[in-house]
Design a protein around this ligand. Structure first.
Ligand code: 13P
Ligand code: SF4
Length: 433
């Protein structure tokens, strides 16, 4: 399973660093914000997601903040950090396993023992029970999931606590509980004909452990972008409707492919009574969509697809299902990050791909498959703000902490929510993909 992925010479971080050099003016147009060139520790003390696609999103109160990274890590160059990470990894041996999401920087991914999408990483959290620490190079909800699925004595470590997810933060436990109260007042709680529940809550993996626990307690389940259709089928075998949160786009795109009409998918706005709907509309609903979204995937447009087709006749356009529905409809295919990776790996040499997902992954695929032409639909470099907060400096800091016997940035789901959250996750793992 260990595969060392080389850092392509044109990694996103390298390109951003070049753009902030003498051609600074160019950086204003080539990257979505010049702040990307700064070390992520520049933003540790400030509230916010930091530079990148989620820069303008609202950060909820109580979002974890990273303390200051010691100067020796902030000031170390790329080669020194690389060497320190390798040395710490060698010293730790099988005591630590490093998991990395596809959207991580190349400089981090190259040190991962396992790289995958959120579903694969959830499974990977179970496969090294002998490791004392699981160092999760991804975002907060993924680290929580790893904590839920790993052994009780294993410590899950998130190298930078500011690596949250702005989409996950768009649904909080109080707003979902309030929504549930209104829905149960409207639909009732008792199972109906055939034992069908009135509503089944389905949470996208990109959500807090508290929301996974809410689903576990209320007959619901978790899904990821790679199994959303199977999970919705599971839910419709048990209930009349689904409340899907937080990503409206994944919910809409998936339900649409299952033949559910758009007018049976009202949106739920948590700031409005009945989510901004009439009681009649809610009675007709099959899938209630929370109004969350991913700021990375919201950047992709139908116009970008039209331009790619005009400039590259025969191009195959694949987008992630977190993209808005018109974009998914205009693409040739949509699928999870793992789907995208496999589609490219299986294509005949000389294929051309325009991809609608996070730039670090697209850039890496372009370097890994030089026999194809692979480019990102969005011409502007705009990584996921929070994935990008995991810099090799933080990875070196947590690994060297482990070598010294100190667990830094441990993520622990409180016992009060863990059991129910695990129930919802285990239901998902039991559904065929
Ligand atoms: P995958 O489930 O395809 O990994 O995508 C999840 C995601 O958005 C990571 O943010
Ligand atoms: Fe969240 Fe979007 Fe970043 Fe994924 S890509 S972690 S959904 S903000």
């Amino acid at each position: 399973m260990t595969e060392t992925i080389p850092v392509p010479s044109g990694s996103v971080a390298t390109r951003i660093a070049l753009l902030s050099g003498p051609e600074e003016a160019q950086a204003q147009t080539a990257a979505c914000t010049p702040g990307l060139a700064a070390g992520p520790w520049t933003f540790d003390a400030a509230p916010g997601y930091g530079p990148g696609a989620s820069l303008g999103d609202t950060v909820p109160a109580g979002t974890p903040r990273q303390g200051e990274l010691p100067a020796e890590y902030r000031e170390a160059g790329a080669a020194e950090l690389d060497e320190r990470i390798l040395r710490a990894k060698a010293a730790l041996g099988s005591r630590a396993v490093i998991l990395g999401h596809f959207y991580q920087r190349d400089e981090v991914v190259r040190h991962a023992d396992f790289v995958g999408d959120s579903f694969q990483l959830a499974r990977a959290a179970k496969i090294r029970p002998e490791a004392e620490a699981i160092v999760f190079c991804g975002v907060h909800f993924m680290a929580e999931t790893a904590d839920l699925l790993s052994g009780p004595d294993q410590a899950v470590v998130l190298p930078n606590l500011a690596a949250g997810c702005s989409m996950a933060d768009m649904a909080d436990a109080d707003s979902v509980a309030e929504c549930w109260e209104q829905l149960t007042a409207l639909y009732g709680k008792a199972p109906q004909a055939g034992g069908m529940r009135p509503v089944i809550p389905v949470t996208y993996m990109n959500s807090s452990a508290a929301l996974k626990a809410f689903c576990g307690e209320n007959g619901g389940i978790v899904c990821t972008s790679s199994n959303a259709a199977s999970v919705l089928e599971w839910a419709f075998e048990r209930g009349q409707r689904v409340l899907f949160f937080p990503d409206q786009h994944l919910g809409r795109n998936t339900a649409k492919t299952m033949g559910i009409p758009l007018d049976a998918m009202p949106m739920w706005n948590p700031r409005l009574p009945l989510g901004g709907n009439t009681a009649e509309r809610l009675q007709e609903a099959k899938v209630l969509l929370w109004n969350g979204f991913c700021s990375v995937h919201k950047r992709f447009t139908v116009e970008q697809i039209a331009r790619a087709r005009a400039e590259h006749p025969g191009v195959r356009v694949i987008v992630h299902p977190e993209c808005p529905m018109p974009v998914v409809d205009a693409a040739d295919e949509s699928g999870s990050t793992d789907y995208i990776q496999k589609a490219i790996a299986a294509a005949p040499a000389g294929s051309t791909f325009a991809i609608g997902t996070e730039i670090n992954m697209v850039n890496r695929l372009a370097a890994q498959y030089p026999e194809h032409t692979i480019f990102c639909l969005d011409p502007v470099i705009c990584p996921c703000s929070t994935m990008y907060r995991i810099h090799p400096g933080y990875l070196a800091w947590v690994l060297e902490g482990l070598v010294a016997g100190e667990v830094r940035n441990r993520i622990t789901v409180p016992a009060a929510t863990a059991a129910a959250a695990r129930t919802a996750l285990e239901r998902m793992l039991a559904v065929r993909p």
